[in-house]
Each structure stands twice: as C-alpha cells, then as structure tokens.
Ligand binder design. Structure first.
Ligand SMILES: *[C@@H]1O[C@H](CO)[C@@H](O)[C@H](O)[C@H]1NC(C)=O
Ligand SMILES: *[C@@H]1O[C@H](CO)[C@@H](O)[C@H](O)[C@H]1NC(C)=O
Ligand SMILES: *[C@@H]1O[C@H](CO)[C@@H](O)[C@H](O)[C@H]1NC(C)=O
Ligand SMILES: *[C@@H]1O[C@H](CO)[C@@H](O)[C@H](O)[C@H]1NC(C)=O
Ligand SMILES: *[C@@H]1O[C@H](CO)[C@@H](O)[C@H](O)[C@H]1NC(C)=O
Ligand SMILES: *[C@@H]1O[C@H](CO)[C@@H](O)[C@H](O)[C@H]1NC(C)=O
Ligand SMILES: *[C@@H]1O[C@H](CO)[C@@H](O)[C@H](O)[C@H]1NC(C)=O
Ligand SMILES: *[C@@H]1O[C@H](CO)[C@@H](O)[C@H](O)[C@H]1NC(C)=O
Ligand SMILES: *[C@@H]1O[C@H](CO)[C@@H](O)[C@H](O)[C@H]1NC(C)=O
Ligand SMILES: *[C@@H]1O[C@H](CO)[C@@H](O)[C@H](O)[C@H]1NC(C)=O
Length: 335
C-alpha cells in the first residue's frame, strides 16, 4: 500500500513536471499541447517529450499513441513493437524515434489533421503505472501550385473583350483570396473575383480558379496581367507569371530569324567565293609561286565589313518602323 502510494505520488509529480515543462517551453499555447505541422504526402511528427529523469529502460515501459477517436497508431510494449492494437489506418505508416520520443507518421493525408495523445506507463512490480502523457495537435498543409493564367477567348475584330482564367491546384487549406492585377505603364488595377473552388473527395485537396473578362482598347500597347493567390493570412502570396497583352511580336523575333537566314546565305557565298579564289590562285601558283591565299583573306575582311554595314542599315529600318508604330498609337490615344 505504502509502496503503491509513493509510486502514484511519484508519477503524479512526473506528470505535473512534464505539464509545467511543456507549458513553459510553449508559453503562448497556454496548454500542454504542442502544435506541429506536416505537408501532405510527407512525414508528420507527434512528440512525446518524456523527460525520463530516472533513466528507465524501454524494457520497463509501455508506450502508445492514439488519435482523437482513440484509434491506436503505435504501441511499444516493454521494448517490443506490438502491432496487435494498431488500427489498420496506421499500419506500416509509423516509426518511433527513440532519441526524441517522437512518433513519425508517414505519408500524411489531410484527414490526419487533429489531436493526438501519447501515453507512457511504467511496468513496476505492482503492474502498469502511468508515467507520462502528452497531447499534440497536427495540422496538414499542401502548397498550391503557382497560379497560371490562360486565355479563354481572345479579342476579335468585332470585340475588344478578352476572357482569362487563372488557376492553381492541389492545395490545402482553402485559400483566402485570389485576384488579378492589371499593370499598365502608369497604373496598377486590382480586380477581385469570386473563387471557384473544387475539392477532391479522396485527397481533400483544393483546386481554385477565377475568371476575368475585360475590354482592351485596340490601341493599348502594353498591359501585363498577374494573378495573385493568398493562401492563408500569414502565408506569402503566390504570383503567376505575367500574361502580356499588346506586346508587338514583330519587333523582336522576326528580325532575328531574318538575320540567321541572311547570315547563313552570306557565309555560303563567302565560302563559294573563297573556294573559287583558292582554285584560281592554285592555278596561278602552278605557273608562279606568290603569297598563297592572301587574296582570300582580304576578301573575307571586306565581306565582314559589308555585313556589319548592312546589319546597321537594317536595324535603323526596324527602329524607324517601331517609332512610326508608337507615333500612330500616341495619336490614337490622344484622340
Ligand atoms: C506522394 O509522394 C510520392 C513520392 O514521395 C509521389 O510519387 C506521389 O506522386 C505523391 N502523391 C501525391 C498525391 O502528391
Ligand atoms: C541510462 O541507462 C543506460 C543503461 O540502461 C546507460 O547506458 C546510460 O548511461 C544512462 N544514462 C543516464 C543519463 O544515466
Ligand atoms: C511549401 O511552401 C513553403 C513556403 O514557400 C516552403 O517553405 C516549403 O518548403 C514548401 N513545401 C513543400 C512540400 O513544397
Ligand atoms: C490574341 O489576339 C491578338 C490580336 O488581337 C494576337 O496578337 C494574339 O496573338 C492573340 N493571342 C492568342 C493566344 O491567340
Ligand atoms: C503615362 O504617363 C506619361 C507621363 O506621366 C504620359 O506621357 C503617358 O501618356 C501615360 N500613358 C498612359 C497610357 O496613360
Ligand atoms: C469551376 O471550375 C470547374 C473546373 O475547374 C468548371 O468545370 C466550372 O465550370 C467552374 N465554375 C464556374 C462557375 O466557373
Ligand atoms: C485539380 O487539378 C488537378 C491537376 O490539374 C487535376 O488532376 C484534378 O482532377 C483537379 N481536381 C479537381 C477536383 O478539379
Ligand atoms: C468521389 O467522386 C467520384 C465522382 O466525382 C465518385 O465516383 C466516387 O465514388 C467518390 N468517392 C468517394 C470516396 O466519395
Ligand atoms: C467572356 O466573359 C463574359 C463575362 O463573363 C461572358 O459573358 C462571355 O460569354 C465570355 N466569352 C467567352 C467566349 O467565353
Ligand atoms: C512593356 O512591358 C514590359 C514588361 O512590363 C516592359 O519590359 C517594356 O519596356 C514595356 N514596353 C513599353 C513600350 O512600355
């Protein structure tokens, strides 16, 4: 009787100590429950910070974890894993980290979020005595994909209306806000939109999208549209790549293509000319013996010079054209 009382007293002291320990270690939580976070499909950690001040061997302890529905995740009975009491949901999904007294839960799903408890009992001469208990709350997150803007319908000759959607997939929890930003040369406009949410009934992950329909004046030169997803108030926003409207595509890619064709043609001519010259000098060389293919080198230098000049001329033509287009659009917006 006396022994039993003192053991109970001891375990109570241990429990109180543990309680104080976890409270003082996490003063803002105000309870002996630790919050932990895990990413979907990754590993979660369910701590059981047993101080073990008496250095009790695992061979004398019984440990187990259970969820809020009292389903057992893992049991270590006197140093041996005991799968008999483990619920099917958790079979093969856990591993015990002896050094930190933490249970790892693998392949975390959204439905794994919630409250967990670990219990430690000491097997003494008079049977099992509670030695320690701790609660932890697991929350599960999944990062939404980077939002992506897609064109649903383009403006036509008859209509300046353009329809866009922006979507982001496979995230959790439900995001707070999603909106478009329209950036022009001088201004940024925010377009709030109602989120279209769909939740996968197995994984419980969300896909979200918003749509935007707006009028682009035909003379508009340069509008960049971004889509912003605000997952949770405290989390960083996700930004889509820009969707650009009114960029003049002729300005950059076409001249580049022209150049390659043009340079290739030039090189070909150069090679032919060189071969011909080589041929000619060889025939001359058969008669006399002058300084071999110097003529060819000279020709090459001359060709290069003319190539550069022509390039310069073409660049000037392009920028002239660009200036004209800009002038036209300026006149148009001036009206
Ligand atoms: C879960 O992770 C595995 C690799 O660890 C991957 O192959 C699988 O696609 C992931 N499942 C989901 C739904 O993300
Ligand atoms: C705890 O006990 C083990 C053997 O049971 C021993 O190796 C270890 O040094 C002890 N640790 C402390 C802190 O007493
Ligand atoms: C999720 O996003 C956060 C913040 O951007 C990042 O630190 C974390 O590594 C990401 N996790 C996964 C599993 O992608
Ligand atoms: C949309 O229309 C503009 C002309 O109004 C055109 O330049 C652009 O290539 C079109 N975009 C797509 C994706 O069809
Ligand atoms: C932007 O501002 C500049 C000068 O502040 C002005 O010249 C230009 O017309 C403006 N552009 C538009 C599209 O309003
Ligand atoms: C919401 O999104 C789903 C799939 O992404 C689509 O089938 C549905 O039409 C959308 N609903 C609205 C109101 O846009
Ligand atoms: C969410 O998006 C993913 C990836 O695009 C797709 O495979 C899945 O079917 C979508 N789920 C729902 C509920 O729309
Ligand atoms: C999930 O939804 C699909 C159709 O949307 C349905 O066929 C399937 O039975 C549902 N699964 C569960 C577990 O509810
Ligand atoms: C574009 O969006 C508007 C407004 O949401 C809608 O009335 C129109 O039918 C859409 N057009 C197309 C081609 O999707
Ligand atoms: C158009 O927008 C892009 C990206 O914002 C910028 O790099 C470019 O200088 C702009 N062009 C003009 C003519 O404003």
């Amino acid at each position: 009787m006396g022994i039993c009382d003192s053991t109970m007293g001891l375990s109570n002291t241990l429990f109180v100590m543990a309680f104080l320990l976890s409270v003082s270690a996490f003063p803002f939580l105000g309870a002996a429950s630790i919050k932990s976070q895990a990413y979907f499909n990754e590993t979660g950690h369910l701590p059981c910070h047993f101080p073990n001040s008496q250095n009790i061997s695992l061979d004398e302890l019984v440990l187990f974890w259970q969820n809020q529905d009292k389903m057992v995740l893992y049991e270590l009975y006197l140093g041996k894993e005991n799968p008999d009491n483990v619920h099917a949901e958790y079979k093969g999904r856990t591993s015990f980290d002896q050094d930190s007294w933490t249970l790892r839960l693998h392949n975390v799903q959204i439905k794994d979020k919630g409250l967990y408890q670990c219990f430690i009992h000491h097997k003494g001469p008079k049977g099992l005595v509670p030695a320690y208990q701790m609660s932890s709350e697991l929350s599960v997150l999944a990062n939404f994909s980077q939002p992506e803007i897609l064109l649903i319908s383009n403006r036509t000759e008859n209509s300046d209306i353009i329809n866009l959607t922006c979507s982001s997939t496979q995230g959790y929890p439900e995001p707070k806000k999603m909106y478009f930003l329209l950036e022009t040369e001088n201004s940024t406009t925010k377009y709030d939109a109602v989120m279209n949410k769909s939740q996968n009934n197995v994984t419980e992950l969300y896909n979200v999208s918003i749509s935007l329909s707006f009028s682009v004046p035909s003379e508009t030169n340069n509008v960049s549209i971004f889509c912003v997803l605000q997952p949770e108030p405290m989390e960083t926003e996700l930004l889509s790549p820009p969707y650009n409207i009114g960029a003049k595509p002729r300005e950059t890619p076409l001249p580049d293509k022209d150049h390659t064709v043009w340079i290739a043609g030039l090189l070909l001519t150069l090679v032919i000319v060189c071969v011909m010259l080589l041929f000619l000098t060889r025939r001359k060389w058969k008669k006399r013996q002058p300084g071999r293919s110097r003529e060819c080198e000279t020709m090459r230098v001359e060709e290069k010079e003319s190539e550069q000049t022509e390039e310069r001329v073409e660049n000037r033509e392009i920028s002239d054209e660009a200036r004209r287009v800009v002038n036209i659009s300026k006149t148009a917006s001036g009206d």
